[in-house]
Design a binder for this molecule. Structure first.
Ligand SMILES: Nc1nc2c(ncn2[C@@H]2O[C@H](COP(=O)(O)OP(=O)(O)OP(=O)(O)O)[C@@H](O)[C@H]2O)c(=O)[nH]1
Ligand SMILES: [Mg+2]
Length: 400
């Protein structure tokens, strides 16, 4: 249990009133009144229709929206008890999850699913696929698998997926997808980690959960969910803070779990629950020129650190091999000094802009499915880079 509760009074009261639930759906929110009613409605239907006979509940942990978000949840969740209130702790999705973990523990839940509050494409089946494998004791941790537009998920495609795959050896395609299922035991493990004041309290939460599950050898499966349609973000405008939170957390955990991943060579596929049907995701605009401009505008701030970290000069374009070398140089620096992970992630950001620009150019005339082939090449490059470095030791300053 955490030293300080992550539940505010209202949330705790609601949870205690509900008493017990075997299957819990958690929804983190911050100003999602326009969309969360639908999410609650689909979650309630999924729980009622697909877990009939189990005690179920919905927990909404909110960041202090003041826009009626909690009312929309209570209205939407017909026939399912709702606990809704604010979480305590730093503002962010991770703090909301921490409150959901704590609530699931108090409710004595066996399985929990979490879904974002801005989802438009969620159906009751999502709840069945996320929580079902855990309820049936076929899995400890369930990640989402969806068709995403080739311009969406750039943090996933450039680093979260390929690096997590190369390190821990499992091909979890959406390690930071936002929707998850997990055993309550695992939620207890998450809660016990001393991470709740930093980036994990914000958008580092997803990579923290997935990495913790992988490093502790939980049984991980992927749930096919069709397409993810949610409130869109402009990749050039919004992704900076999210990148540093996700990548800072990824590097820090890599330092912590080196013993778990160092011996892993290559990777194996992760099991998929549910039929994978072809889906055409909504198009997302992207502008490589703008990303290159951001790279050019911010590189000078970081060149000193690059000189310390990188084993070669930054090439004009970042192909999969060049990018894999850079990422493993940063990983090596993180292993040498785990307390520098946030600063390292910030220094990697301009290089990520450049890598995304190159990826967008390479995918310009390709379909979403064909782009997947490019992502695969990127992942294989990371696996190769890991093999090259293993002999010298992963923290070595540069390759001999
Ligand atoms: N409680 C709380 N929830 C948050 C906060 N920030 C985000 N969330 C929730 O976390 C979920 C995901 O947030 P989004 O902003 O949709 O982020 P995302 O979909 O992962 O990011 P993109 O893929 O870039 O669109 C949503 O349910 C948000 O309401 C916050 O500060 N507090
Ligand atoms: Mg979203």
């Amino acid at each position: 249990m955490p030293v300080q509760s992550a539940l505010d009074e209202q949330l705790r009261r609601d949870v205690l009133r509900i008493g017990r639930a075997d299957v819990v759906v958690g929804i983190p929110s911050f100003r999602n009144a326009a969309t969360i009613g639908h999410v609650a409605q689909m979650a309630a239907r999924g729980l009622r229709e697909r877990f009939a006979g189990s005690r179920v509940a919905i927990v909404n942990a909110d960041g202090g929206s003041g826009d009626g978000t909690a009312d929309r949840v209570r209205e939407g969740a017909t026939g399912v008890p709702v606990a809704a209130g604010r979480y305590a702790g730093p503002s962010g999705k991770g703090s909301a999850f921490r409150a959901i973990f704590e609530a699931a523990g108090l409710l004595g839940a066996r399985a929990c699913a979490v879904v974002d509050a801005d989802l438009r494409s969620i159906t009751p089946e999502w709840i069945a696929r996320l929580a079902g494998p855990v309820v049936r004791d076929e899995a400890d941790y369930v990640t989402p698998l969806y068709a995403r537009h080739k311009h969406d998920g750039t943090i996933t495609n450039t680093i979260a997926y390929p690096l997590t795959r190369a390190l821990y050896g499992l091909r979890v395609r959406q390690p930071i997808g936002g929707e998850f299922g997990f055993r309550a035991d695992l939620a207890r493990t998450f809660l016990a980690e001393p991470v709740w004041e930093g980036d994990v309290a914000r958008f580092g939460i997803d990579i923290f959960m997935t990495t913790t599950a992988l490093a502790r050898e939980a049984r991980v499966v992927q749930a096919f969910l069709g397409a993810k349609v949610h409130d869109p973000k402009d990749p050039a405008a919004d992704l900076g803070p999210m990148f540093t939170q996700v990548v800072g957390t990824l590097l820090r955990l890599a330092a912590r779990y080196e013993e778990a991943w160092a011996p892993v060579v290559g990777s194996r596929p992760a099991r998929v629950v549910g039929d994978v049907a072809p889906v055409e995701p909504e198009a997302i605009p992207a502008d490589p020129a703008r990303l290159r401009a951001k790279f050019a505008a911010t590189r000078h701030e970081h060149e000193r650190r690059w000189a310390e970290v990188l084993s070669a000069a930054v090439p004009a374009t970042l192909d999969p091999d060049a990018w894999a070398r850079i990422v493993f140089d940063f990983l090596a620096a993180a292993l040498r000094d785990p307390d520098s992970c946030e600063r390292l992630a910030a220094a990697l950001l301009p290089l990520y802009y450049l890598r995304v620009a190159d990826l967008l150019d390479a995918a310009r005339d390709l379909s979403t499915a064909e782009t997947e082939g490019i992502i695969e090449l990127g992942a294989l490059a990371m696996e190769r880079e890991k093999r090259l470095r293993a002999a010298a030791g992963f923290a070595a300053r540069s390759r001999g």
